[in-house]
Ligand binder design. Structure first.
Ligand code: DAH
Length: 343
């Protein structure tokens, strides 16, 4: 009897059915009143008592196997039928595809890239984990400059030669990497993530994004810088946008300037965004310091150039009137879904 039951279990596992009627026939054949299982249970009554336990377990397994098989066959047939009937109604509206939208920072980054590539800039990238040389020394930062301080910079690894591994605090490091590996003329923009050891608030974050620009050739002047940036401001914020350059200081540019655009919210009249001044600061810029050119092996007697750098968060805030930096990183769909553009 043992072999018979085992044989039946194997058979049950191999059962197939293509219609619901077949499943019903299988059920009657095995579980019906005159079905196989009832016959076997009848035979079981006369099994000698020392074999009862073993055969009883087997018999039970057979019953469970049949029940599971019938359930599985039934389910697969129902599924096939359902998908058939769904496909049959060709007039049914299609299931809606939920389209995602690009992050506002990506939209603005892409737009800035587009504006500069139209006048011949190419995109360069550099590593986020940098070293002291590319972030500070090659950019003419004196050894005691406060930007190198632990309070600003995330140090990854202290190295004996002083060229510590750091998370880059600005994308200006890509200027150095490009000058080290390419010969002028160089005309690049470098978008990327930067890191500073700052407390998170509405106006500051420890991770943010910048776009760096660098143009080096023979005879590049401050007038070229001004014209490139005016073109950018008009493309980004509208044809009527004005720019103004204020003297400033950066170790890697001489002279250095900060660029303001006329406030696009009040058209220069003065409002709470521009704090009544009519102007908004958007980037730092200047003529590349000869020390920086020389540090990367470019002859400063032959070549000159300009550089600029801006925060993508800041530009996005101004373009879309976003008041809190933290919104960019919280991934709240209600915020993110509001931004559409061709970029
Ligand atoms: N690296 C500067 C910063 O993070 C921004 C900057 C200023 C970049 C002037 C430049 C520049 O290329 O010329 O604050």
């Amino acid at each position: 009897m043992k072999e018979r039951i085992s044989g039946e279990i194997t058979k049950v596992n191999e059962l197939v059915a293509s219609e619901i009627n077949d499943v019903e026939n299988i059920r009657i054949q095995y579980l019906g009143k005159k079905g196989l299982l009832n016959d076997l249970f009848a035979e079981f009554k006369v099994v000698p008592s020392d074999q009862k336990k073993e055969i009883g377990v087997l018999l039970n397994n057979l019953k469970i196997a049949i029940q599971n098989k019938i359930e599985a066959l039934r389910e697969s047939i129902v599924q096939v039928e359902e998908s058939k009937s769904e496909n049959e109604d060709l007039t049914k509206p299609a299931t809606e595809l939920q389209l995602g939208s690009r992050h506002p920072l990506s939209l603005v980054r892409n737009e800035i890239i587009d504006i500069f590539t139209r006048i011949g800039y190419v995109v360069e990238e550099g590593p986020e984990i940098e070293d002291d040389w590319h972030v500070f020394s090659a950019l003419n930062f004196p050894p005691e400059h406060p930007a190198r301080d632990m309070q600003d910079t995330f140090f990854i690894e202290n190295r004996e030669d002083g060229n510590h591994a750091v998370l880059r605090t600005h994308t200006s490091s890509v200027q150095v990497r490009t000058m080290e590996t390419q010969k002028p003329p160089i005309r690049i923009i470098a978008p990327g993530r930067v890191f500073r050891n700052e407390a998170i608030s509405a106006r500051a974050h420890c991770i943010f994004h910048q776009i760096e620009g660098l143009y080096i050739d023979k005879g590049v002047s401050f007038a070229d810088l001004k014209q490139n940036l005016l073109y950018f401001a008009k493309e980004m914020f509208g044809e009527n946008t004005k720019i103004r350059l204020r003297p400033s200081y950066f170790p890697f540019t001489e002279p250095s300037a900060e660029m303001d655009i006329s406030c696009n919210l009040c058209a220069g009249e003065g409002c709470n965004v521009c704090k009544g001044t009519g102007w908004l600061e958007i980037m730092g810029c200047g003529m590349v310091d000869p020390n920086v050119l020389e540090a990367s092996g470019i002859d400063s007697k032959v070549y000159s150039g300009f550089a600029f750098g801006m925060g993508i968060e800041r530009i996005t805030m101004l373009k879309y009137n976003v008041k809190d930096l933290r919104l960019y990183f919280e991934n709240d769909m209600r915020f993110l879904k509001q931004f559409t553009s061709v970029y």
